[in-house]
Design a protein around this ligand. Sequence first.
Ligand code: AMP
Length: 225
Amino acid sequence: MRILFFGPNGSGKGTQGSIVKDKYNIPHIESGAIFRENISKGTEIGKKAKEYIDRGDLVPDEITIPMILGRLQADDCANGWLLDGFPRSKEQAVKLDEALKEANMALDVVIEMILDRQIAKNRIMGRRLCENDNNHPNNIFIDAIKPDGDKCRVCGGALSARSDDQDEDAIDKRHNIYYDTDTGTLASAYYFKAIAEKDGSLKYVTLNGEPSVPEVTEELVGKLG
Ligand code: AMP
């Protein structure tokens, strides 16, 4: 099962993505998380990417595209993957489409989470990362996933906020990129939507990101079938 997951930063895409990953037993590949791991390990990619990430800009394609396409060739991707955070521009969508065709691989599902921009922004500013697992959902502004005091609600691990999550200019830039239907992330989602409209083997699923986490999960699981 090969799945693309689109949604603005703050839509709960990471939380829902981890549920989809478990359902199909496929790796959850998050471009942003791969960059953060490279930054914390001090790799060459991390050093190059950091300044772009801190500003909320896209990391240049010559770094991002080979990094992601290379990751999709790893052994754990043999049965598929859930790709989250890539593609983020029309250009990346075209490159991904070409690479998949070349490798004789087909996409099965594209999920688009829909959420109002202001709601997404409030959610970003409330989210906290667990030191033990990025996928442990914690958000100080959402009752269902409120941390346990200042600790992770799932495992009790220490929590921190991403610096690019506390910077309004960086959030606005990331959302400008996401909501751009000409060349940005929505343009790349719509690139695959157009393919799905012509080719019945690709399913394009839209999801309302506004309700509570379990309600969104219910809609998602129902639509995935
Ligand atoms: P995220 O965790 O998805 O919010 O990503 C954090 C940051 O990583 C973004 O603001 C970008 O700077 C960078 N990034 C993640 N995915 C991509 C991508 N597909 N292309 C370029 N930069 C990316």
